[in-house]
Ligand binder design. Structure first.
Ligand code: GDP
Length: 300
């Protein structure tokens, strides 16, 4: 919690403290409400959720009259939480029924943090006593498999890789086959995020998924999204959502942005839960997403 608060410092100072300061004012005139709305929009909360929040806050403030700082905080906490879709199931599916490994597919545009998130996730699973195979299905970038290998060596996971520029689906298949043969608990397949054309992406990811499914069910398709890319990232996310059935989002680089409100907009627009958050480049800088812990860290 203390670490989360420190890592979210940039979002905290705008979204958290900024809004708290505004909302604690004795008199909230139209100008103040405009400022509240602007703060939410600037933090990437999204237009719909911002309108809903401002409307609800206005009604509540009218009833309450003047507010103590604690009351202002309570109001804000409640409204932020309401917008975070608390009802979404955030379970990360890392256990499979029977004796096959759980299979996770990691997708997203290059540079968003796919490989890093894969490595950190492996680290956390291994920390929980599970065994892990990583599949380097990003065969388009020469350095990608090396980068994953470095993570594998670092955290103690086996890495399955193919020839450079080889077929990503065949690497994915080999990784799952290895996971089954070695009776490991989890196979995580890191894919290439080439958003050249929607049909190209669909063909590529579709094939990877189909080929894996010859051996095992895919339990989780995790979309990695860079929180610093704002609306551009949201558009990318929408394309991926049209191509594969995303079951969870890993929102990375939240440590480097004041736009933490993307947690709200991405879930609203895609209807998919944020399950993990990336809070830095280190092996332990990945955390499960818990709405209450997140909002409390934002509000300081
Ligand atoms: P990929 O191309 O999607 O596999 O992206 P990489 O995993 O190579 O990550 C791209 C860059 O983002 C690297 O420099 C990572 O260290 C960095 N990165 C990934 N996740 C995070 C995060 O949560 N916070 C920060 N600050 N940097 C991150």
């Amino acid at each position: 919690m203390v670490r989360l608060r420190a890592r979210l410092a940039r979002s905290q100072s705008t979204l958290g403290r900024g809004l708290l300061e505004l909302l604690s004012r004795d008199r909230l005139d139209d100008e103040a409400w405009d400022e509240i709305e602007e703060t939410l929009i600037t933090a990437d909360v999204g237009v719909g959720p911002t309108r809903a929040m401002v409307e609800e806050l206005r009604t509540r403030v009218k009833v309450l009259g003047s507010r103590t700082p604690a009351e202002a905080r309570g109001l804000l906490r409640e409204q932020l939480l309401a917008q975070i879709n608390p009802e979404l199931d955030r379970t990360l599916h890392t256990s499979a029924p029977g004796d096959r490994p759980a299979v996770l597919l990691v997708v997203g545009v290059n540079g968003t943090g796919k490989t890093t998130t894969t490595g950190k996730l492996a680290r956390s699973l291994i920390g929980d006593g599970k065994t892990v195979v990583l599949g380097a299905a990003d065969t388009f970038r020469a350095a990608a498999a090396d980068q994953l290998q470095t993570w594998g060596d670092r955290v103690g996971a086996t890495v399955v890789r193919g020839p450079e520029a080889g077929d990503p689906a065949s690497v994915a298949f080999d990784a799952v086959a290895r996971g089954i043969a070695d009776k490991v608990d989890v196979v995580i397949v890191d894919t290439a995020g080439r958003l050249h054309t929607k049909t190209g992406l669909m063909d590529e990811l579709g094939k990877v998924k189909r080929v894996i499914e010859k051996r095992a069910q895919v339990d989780e398709v995790l979309l990695v999204l860079d929180a610093t890319t704002g609306q551009n990232g949201m558009r990318q996310a929408q394309v991926f959502a049209e191509v594969v059935n995303i079951t969870g989002i890993a929102l990375t680089k939240l440590d480097g942005t004041a736009k933490g409100g993307i947690v709200i907009s991405v879930q609203r627009e895609l209807g998919v839960p944020v399950k993990l958050v990336g809070l830095g480049e280190g092996p332990d800088d990945l955390a499960p997403f818990d709405p209450e812990v997140f909002v409390d860290a934002l509000l300081g």
